[in-house]
Design a protein around this ligand. Structure first.
Ligand code: NBG
Length: 831
């Protein structure tokens, strides 16, 4: 008898279950409707059809996935592990159809069954396991890693509730929980046998083992079990399928038996609820984390499970030793959220695998790379010492010891510089003591990188300057990138088809080939077709806007769009100042020459972020007045599009003429929406901030609308004692705009509603809106004039796409592989 290994060797029988002919797909779809959904067509609805289709697609990708896993195991390949508290994947179905290259057959098969693929694609609830740019970057990187055939595991948290759903009621943001798992998730495979128990709280004890070794034992108050859920991530145009492994928290025992025995049934169940609460909900990224014990528990749970899992996989191969851990894995810390990994790997190596300190530290440091994603001081994570001690007593000891050795070395090198040691310390000793996670990440990594050229420079000169002084060789820049498969090919099929028709389809994997569009920018016929594609996308968005908000938009207007998280530093309210300026002007001078403009906003505010929520209310209030005013609404409209998410983003980017990237210089680490807009042929109006600078260099200054202070001028303005009130008093136009907002013009006479915003502008204006106001308005007017020359605008739009290929995540991942991870592709055999 042949064993299962041998018999399963060939994988499933293609003709029966995973064939890709229209007939095979149809057969499998009908089977899945029957055997998985238990439905017959008379009673089946779109949800059942979606599920049946999802399983039909999944059946076809499992083979690649299993083969990839097998190959990685057989070759003991060096593997990238991307540790991230967020993965904002977006809907799976369409992406998987694309990467399996079966969309055509599937559409046909469904058609033959009188079903419409696009309708079923819209049924999918996207997994919103991230806040914004950082989580979406992780998803783009996973896709590029698979496309570049780099063995990778993404590790994160399977939040039961992802980012909240945003509704707008009476102009205010209202949050609703995101029950994305309500109908099940066909794209994940639960692994109830891959679990790790993770300790929390309690205390430590030292003892001496029978070989006379000093040992530490951690006696926790609680253990929680992390259970793996796996999602395959396909590459485009290759057979590689990588693994995204997300952890869910479960109670170690469903019941606390002690409590159960004394008859305290409810307390026993409480314990279960408490454990499971750890992976319940995603935290917003822009609210202070005060007292968020659960957040630290989340971070530790996923990091500990992930590292234990890596060790398990590594030791599966006969002859492997934990000492080779850093040769097997390159682990990237996506911001500080997983930085507890530095202490946890030390704990595992010291306490569980009994290595000596120096050896363990060397392995740890060679394992990790740290990516910083923020310059905002308030966003640099640190945990109050008592909280940290309460949750992770053993890790605090380890951090103290890492810190002692680290600071000793610093003092040796820079004797007498007490300030330096205090700034580098992993513990903030000033005031309430805190553990500084960025310092832990820096100390424990061989590589530290920023996400755009300016950002990396500012890390070196400001945020991490002391670390840069210590280890300049560890710093590098890796400018962010986005996957063109999702954000151009899927999001913008019309433009993609036009591009491929002209220059072939090579750009999809080799984005630099977009450059071949350059000469076409001067071709009038091509420009006409380009404009047609843009218009089609605007028609598509306008229909969506109408369905969502009831507001009617004319696709021949200038579509001016700002879509991103709502934050004061991103300055959506500067955009509003322009809208109000334009509105007042149109009312005062009806002959004012400017193209009609639709200004669209989209983005969520953190639920506890007072000012951001007021900004949303302001946008909607201004929209209410402008859109209802017959004197202006034939030339200006304002829309707030609720619930920005990946699905919606795919409709928004392709329809933009003008992309608003207007953060105060020195605040936005990179931005990635800026890249997505440019790649879809929008021209940017922006500051010299984040990756805007590199976009402007790439597309060339004449194809970018620049305004505002640069970083040096921002610093100088502040240093000179910035007084926004004086700017307001001396600038009648600005004064009129702010006065209308303050005097109730947009709030039915209510002068209190926007007072917090007005006062912030007049008395603090931390993000220098007043300073950048004139420059912004002049630039908007310039952009309006430029738009009035459609031919030239289109030429510049084409050049933006042609020259933005460098912002592909393939380029970024290639750089990470070469410079930081030292990992090479492992091509998967073709079938
Ligand atoms: C964000 C930055 C963006 C950047 C993304 C991805 C965090 C902490 N940072 O500018 O604000 O594009 O990260 O790097 O979410």
């Amino acid at each position: 008898m042949r064993g299962i290994a041998e018999q399963a060797e060939q994988g499933p029988d293609d003709t029966v279950r995973t064939g890709i002919s229209v007939a095979a797909i149809k057969r499998d779809f009908i089977d899945n409707l029957y055997y998985i959904q238990a439905r017959f067509p008379d009673v089946a609805g779109d949800y059942d059809y979606y599920q049946a289709l999802a399983y039909t697609v999944r059946d076809r990708l499992l083979k690649r996935w299993i083969r990839s896993a097998q190959t990685f195991k057989d070759t003991a390949a060096r593997t990238v592990c991307y540790l991230s508290a967020e993965f904002l994947l977006g809907p799976h179905l369409e992406a998987n159809l694309l990467n399996l290259d079966i969309a055509g057959q599937v559409r046909q098969a469904l058609q033959e069954l009188d079903l419409d693929l696009d309708r079923l694609i819209r049924v999918e609830e996207e997994p919103g396991l991230g806040n914004g740019g950082l989580g979406r970057l992780a998803a783009c990187y996973m896709e590029s890693l698979a496309t570049l055939q780099v063995p990778t595991i993404g590790y994160g948290i399977r939040y039961e509730f992802g980012i909240f759903k945003q509704e707008i009621r009476d102009g205010w943001q209202v949050e609703r929980t995101d029950k994305w798992l309500r109908f099940g998730n066909p794209w994940e495979i639960p692994r109830p046998t891959i679990t790790f128990d993770v300790k929390f709280g309690g205390h430590t004890e030292t003892w001496t083992d029978d070989r006379g070794r000093y040992r530490v034992r951690w006696i926790p108050v609680r253990e929680v079990r992390g259970v793996a859920y796996d999602t395959p991530i396909l590459g485009y145009g290759v057979k590689t399928a990588n693994l995204l492994r997300l952890w869910t928290a479960e109670a170690v025992e469903s019941f606390d038996f002690q409590a159960f025995n004394v008859g305290d049934y409810y307390r026993a169940v409480d314990e279960k609820v408490l454990s499971e609460s750890i992976s319940k909900v995603l935290y917003p990224n822009d609210e202070p984390l005060v007292g968020k014990t659960l957040r630290l528990a989340q971070q530790y749970l996923f990091v500990s499970c992930s590292l234990q899992d890596m060790i398990r996989i590594h030791l599966q191969v006969p002859g492997m030793d934990v000492r080779g851990f850093h040769n097997k894995y390159a682990v990237q810390l996506n911001d500080t959220h997983p930085s507890i990994a530095v202490a946890e790997l030390m704990r595992l190596l010291l306490d569980e695998h009994l290595l000596g300190w120096d050896e363990a530290w060397e392995i740890t440091r060679q394992t990790f790379g740290y990516t910083n994603h923020t310059l905002l001081p308030e966003a640099l994570e640190s945990w109050p010492l008592p909280l940290f001690q309460r949750v992770l007593p053993r890790h605090l000891e380890l951090i103290y010891e890492i810190n002692r050795r680290f600071l000793d070395a610093v003092r040796d090198r820079y004797p007498g510089d007490a300030g330096l040691a205090a700034r580098l310390s992993l513990i903030d000793e000033a005031g309430d003591k805190r553990v500084r996670m960025a310092n832990l990440a820096c100390a424990g990594s061989h590589s530290i990188n920023g996400v755009a050229a300016l950002h990396t420079e500012l890390l070196k000169t400001h945020v991490l300057r002391d670390f840069y002084r210590l280890w300049p060789e560890r710093f590098s820049n890796k400018t962010n990138g986005v996957t063109l498969r999702r954000f151009l090919l899927l999001a913008n099929p019309v433009l993609s088809a036009l591009i491929s028709e002209q220059i072939g389809a090579g750009w999809i994997r080799h984005s630099e080939e977009l450059l071949r569009l350059e000469p076409l920018a001067t071709d009038a016929g091509f420009r006409r077709r380009w404009r047609g594609a843009k218009r089609a996308n605007k028609v598509r968005l306008a229909a969506y806007v109408q369905a969502q908000t009831g507001i009617e938009l004319d696709p021949d207007w200038l579509f001016d769009i700002q879509a991103k998280r709502i934050h004061e530093y991103k300055r959506q309210h500067l955009n509003v100042l322009h809208v109000v300026t334009h509105y007042l002007r149109l009312k005062q001078y009806p002959g004012f020459e400017a193209p009609p403009r639709a200004v669209l906003f989209a983005g969520k505010a953190a639920p506890g972020y007072f000012m951001a929520k007021r900004i949303i209310k302001l946008i909607n209030s201004v929209a209410g007045v402008v859109n209802a005013d017959p004197e202006v609404n034939a030339r200006l409209k304002v829309v707030f599009l609720p619930n920005f998410c990946v699905k919606q983003a795919q409709l928004v980017y392709p329809a933009a003429d003008l992309s608003e990237q207007i953060s105060l210089a020195g605040m936005e680490a990179s931005g990635t929406g800026n890249m997505k807009f440019a790649l879809n042929g929008a021209l940017t109006i922006g500051t010299l901030d984040g990756a805007n600078i590199e976009i402007r260099d790439a597309v060339e200054p004449e194809n970018f609308h620049l305004f505002g202070l640069n970083v040096d001028q921002v610093q100088a303005t502040r240093a000179a004692g910035y007084r926004p009130r004086e700017l307001y008093e001396s600038n009648p136009r600005l004064k009129a705009v702010i006065d209308r907002i303050g005097d109730g013009h947009f709030s039915h006479g209510d002068r209190e509603l926007f007072r917090p915003l007005v006062d912030a502008l007049l008395y603090h204006d931390h993000y220098l809106l007043c300073a950048d106001y004139d420059s912004y308005i002049a630039c908007q007017d310039e952009a309006g004039r430029a738009y009035s020359d459609p031919d030239n605008w289109t030429r510049r739009s084409i050049l933006n796409v042609a020259r933005s290929g460098g912002f592909s995540s393939d380029r970024a991942i290639h750089q990470y592989c070469e410079d930081i991870w030292r990992v090479t592709p492992l091509p998967m055999a073709l079938e």
